[in-house]
Structure formats: structure tokens, C-alpha cells
Write a protein that binds this ligand. Structure first.
Ligand code: TRP
Length: 460
């Protein structure tokens, strides 16, 4: 059968692809979300479970997404339909792509608001507002930002404009160049922050909290949060990596590429955790403080270290860039889908979908002030959007993707795309994709909803 070709050209090299995928993977998920979710779920046991999810579920699903994407060479909705039919199944697999488009829109709606916090902190840092600050002053700064919805709306709007301006023009070129210098710089900065935490924070307490597993602290909800965090951080489960895989040249190793990305992404999250928790404990802060955690701890470090003025400014600039390269990946499936199926121009599609995301963002903005006490199912609107997308839609999408790659696609097809022979590596991937990943996702879902106990499995 002749191979399909991509409609948008191919990545110039394997490195370009790795940079693009890690650009989407490394973002607020690593530096903002991982520490606060780990903190809220008790630390060590959560982190260990998260690492297990990354290795046993995340890696095989990332490989599945890339191989399906390269085989289909279209936007995720069309790819799932085409490859599904080709493998003798139904076109309804397209629904998985549509669910991903929806998940991307929901995630970006709150992602952009948080990226707006980072934008506003560039200003604070540049004007040296952290200088010599204690916990009270830093809390005041953060509280002040959240209190006024108009301020949040301003930064959210600015960030959405940044995102749309890139997506409207087409993703590849600018992205490749930005990520190439951005990833290494961010890594260097995080390592420097880690150095500060080792010498000036309570490093022992931080390491203890992050790495010592006490499984009595891990609830069903916590396991689901760890699973969701693995999907969120790796950008999998919504077809974004599938969309990038569509531009991957034949002959590039999917396995090696995925392993590199997973290591880079996970390393970045652990680095962020190791830099932040020593500061949390040294200043007597609450590790379970929630989404404001890095905005309430890092300024303490920047305000009291030599060169912190420059360093802090640089940090929030890079964090904003990292969020920017991720936000592009979040909106891309929706835009690609609109361009291909609605026949609209790229710029028009990007603006219309961007406006939808922007409007949806107000649910998150208001969750931190006017609607702070408005709860559904015990969660604020922001918490509901995050929970629905990260902990439910992404794992569900991943479940379907891994079932598709493991059970619907013929062994020959997946073996051909992965191109690692039919020996140990391939057998291992197929076993993880067919059995381990789907069963693990289902078990976590069942456990979190309490259904597992209802079936009489497991203690308490
Ligand atoms: N991985 C991104 C981060 O950690 C967030 C994200 C989730 C994402 N799904 C995505 C980014 C899809 C791009 C595409 O910040």
C-alpha cells in the first residue's frame, strides 16, 4: 500500500521533532502543576505512583500516538477515522479525535489564565518587587493579583493573543527555533534554582517530602490525580502528539524519540519539585497551598539571593515561553480540524477558536475572586475544568488510543511503524499497550470512583 504524505511537510530532523514534542510537554505542567498537585496529595507516594504511570502507561501511549499519527498523516480526527477504516474497523474512532479537540480547548482555557500569572510576574520581577521580601509580602502580591478579575482578564487576553498570533501563521518554523534555545535555558535555570534550594532551603525536608513514599497518604483521588498529571505533563491522550507525529519522517525511531521526551519531561518536573519544596519548608509554608504554590515560594528565593532581580525576571520570561510553546500544541488539534473539515482559513480558524477559549477562560478567572465560593461537586469552576480535562478526558482518550494501537491495529502495522523488529522491545511495547496501560487506567478510574471497593476488591 502506498504511504500517505503529510499535507504540511515534515520535520527537518529528528531533533526538530524531539524539540517540538518536548516544547509541548514541558510547560506549566512541570513547573506550576506538578509541585502543587504533589504537595496537595501528600508527596512521596503520589510521586512514586506518578512515575509508575509515566513509565508503564505514558510511554507506551506516547509511542502509540506517534505511530498512529505518522500512519494517518492527517489531523487527529481524520487520522483516527482513516487508520480505523484501514485496519478494518469503524470510522467512529474519529470520536476519540473529537474528544481530544474538546479536551485541548478546556485545558487551554485555564492554562492561559495561569500563563497570565506568569506574564504578570515578569513585571513584578523586573521591577524588583521581590527584593528582600518575606512570606507576607509575597502572599500579598499574589493575593492582590487574584483579587481583581480585571487584572487576570488583562493578562489572560494578552497570553491568548500571543498564542493565536503564532497559530494563525502556522506552527512549525517559529516553534522549532524558540524551543531550541528555550528548553536548555530553562533546564539551566532550574538547576541553578536547585542549587539555591540546596544551600538556602531545607533540602532534607524537601527531599523527604518528595521522595519518601508513605502509601497511607495516597487516596483513590490521589492516584487519579497522579494518572491525570502523567497524561497532562506528557501532553498525551488528546491527539496533540498524534498531530505532531503526522509530520514525522519515515525511518525516525519512535521509541528513542519517545524515551528522550519522557525523560526530559519527567526530569524537569522532579527538578521543579526538588527546587520548590526545600523553600516551602524553610519558610514554614504549606506544601498543600494549591495552585499558587510556585508564585508564593519562588519569589522568596529570588528576593533574597544574589542576582535575584535578573534571575527572577529571566525565570518568569522562560516560564512564559514554556507555556507559550505548550499552548500552541493545545489549540493545534482544534485549528487543524477546523481548517480541514470546515474549509476555513488557518488565521480565521485560529481566531474563532481562540475567542471561544478566551471566553471560557473567564470561568477560571472568576474562580479566584467573585465565584471563589461557588462550588459544584465540592470544587470551584477552575478545579472542575482541570479535573474533567486532566483526570477524566485525557486518561479516557489515552485508554481508547492504546486499545486502538494494541487491539484494533494489526500487529504488522504497528511493527512496521515502530520498526524495532519483532523481538523483546516490540513484545514489551505491545504487552504494555494491550494489557498494562488499559487495565491500569481502568483500575485507577474504578478505584477513584469507589467502584472497586463496591466490587469487593482492595481494603478501605
Ligand atoms: N504538557 C503541557 C504542560 O505540561 C500541557 C499539555 C497538556 C499540553 N496537553 C497538551 C500541551 C497537549 C500541548 C499539547 O504544560
Amino acid at each position: 500500500m502506498p504511504k500517505r504524505t503529510s499535507l504540511h511537510g515534515l520535520w527537518s530532523s529528528r531533533l526538530a521533532f524531539i524539540l517540538a514534542v518536548s516544547g509541548s510537554a514541558v510547560g506549566l505542567g512541570n513547573i506550576w502543576k506538578f509541585p502543587y498537585v504533589a504537595g496537595a496529595n501528600g508527596g512521596g507516594a503520589f510521586v512514586l505512583f506518578y512515575l509508575l504511570c509515566v513509565a508503564l502507561i505514558g510511554l507506551p501511549i506516547m509511542m502509540a500516538e506517534i505511530l498512529i499519527g505518522r500512519r494517518g498523516r492527517r489531523n487527529p480526527v481524520a487520522t483516527m477515522r482513516i487508520v480505523g477504516e484501514e485496519e478494518g474497523s469503524r470510522p467512529t474512532w474519529a470520536l476519540v479525535g473529537i474528544m481530544g479537540v474538546v479536551a485541548g480547548i478546556i485545558i487551554l482555557s485555564f492554562y492561559s489564565v495561569i500563563a497570565g500569572w506568569s506574564l504578570s510576574y515578569i513585571g513584578h520581577a523586573a521591577m524588583n518587587r521581590f527584593s528582600g521580601a518575606g512570606a507576607d509580602q509575597v502572599n500579598g502580591l499574589f493575593g492582590g493579583l487574584l483579587a481583581d478579575w480585571r487584572v487576570l482578564a488583562f493578562w489572560h487576553t494578552l497570553f491568548m493573543c500571543l498564542t493565536i498570533s503564532v497559530v494563525a501563521r502556522g506552527v512549525e518554523r517559529g516553534l522549532e527555533r524558540a524551543v531550541r534555545f528555550l528548553m536548555p535555558s530553562l533546564a539551566v535555570l532550574m538547576i541553578a534554582l536547585l542549587g539555591y534550594a540546596i544551600f538556602h532551603g531545607d533540602f532534607g525536608a524537601g527531599v523527604h517530602f518528595l521522595l519518601e513514599a508513605d502509601f497511607s497518604k495516597l487516596t483513590g483521588e490521589g492516584m487519579l490525580a497522579a494518572l491525570g498529571q502523567a497524561f497532562f505533563s506528557l501532553s498525551i491522550g488528546m491527539g496533540a502528539i498524534m498531530a505532531y507525529g503526522a509530520y514525522l519522517p519515515e525511518g525516525t525511531s519512535i521509541t528513542n524519540t519517545s524515551i528522550s521526551v519522557v525523560i526530559a519531561d519527567t526530569g524537569m518536573a522532579l527538578l521543579a519539585g526538588l527546587a520548590i519544596f526545600p523553600l516551602v519548608f524553610a519558610h514554614g509554608l504549606d506544601p498543600a497551598a494549591g495552585p499558587g504554590l510556585i508564585f508564593q515560594t519562588l519569589p522568596l528565593a529570588f528576593g533574597n539571593m544574589a542576582g535575584g532581580h535578573l534571575f527572577g525576571t529571566l525565570f518568569f520570561v522562560l516560564l512564559t515561553f514554556a507555556a507559550w510553546t505548550s499552548s500552541i500544541g493545545l489549540i493545534e488539534p482544534a485549528v487543524a480540524w477546523a481548517v480541514e473539515t470546515r474549509g476555513r482559513g488557518r488565521a480565521f480558524s485560529a481566531i474563532v477558536i481562540g475567542l471561544l477559549v478566551w471566553a471560557l477562560g473567564f470561568l477560571t478567572i472568576l474562580s479566584f475572586n467573585e465565584l471563589e465560593n461557588f462550588k459544584l461537586l465540592g470544587r470551584t469552576l477552575f478545579e472542575n475544568l482541570d479535573h474533567l480535562s486532566s483526570n477524566i478526558l485525557l486518561p479516557l482518550g489515552g485508554l481508547f488510543i492504546t486499545i486502538f494501537a494494541g487491539w484494533v491495529m494489526a500487529k504488522n502495522s504497528t511493527a512496521e511503524e515502530l520498526d524495532i523488529g519483532s523481538g523483546g522491545m516490540y513484545v514489551l511495547w505491545r504487552f504494555l499497550a494491550r494489557w498494562v496501560a488499559p487495565v491500569a487506567v481502568l483500575l485507577v478510574f474504578l478505584h477513584a470512583t469507589g467502584l472497586l471497593r463496591w466490587f469487593g476488591v482492595g481494603a478501605s
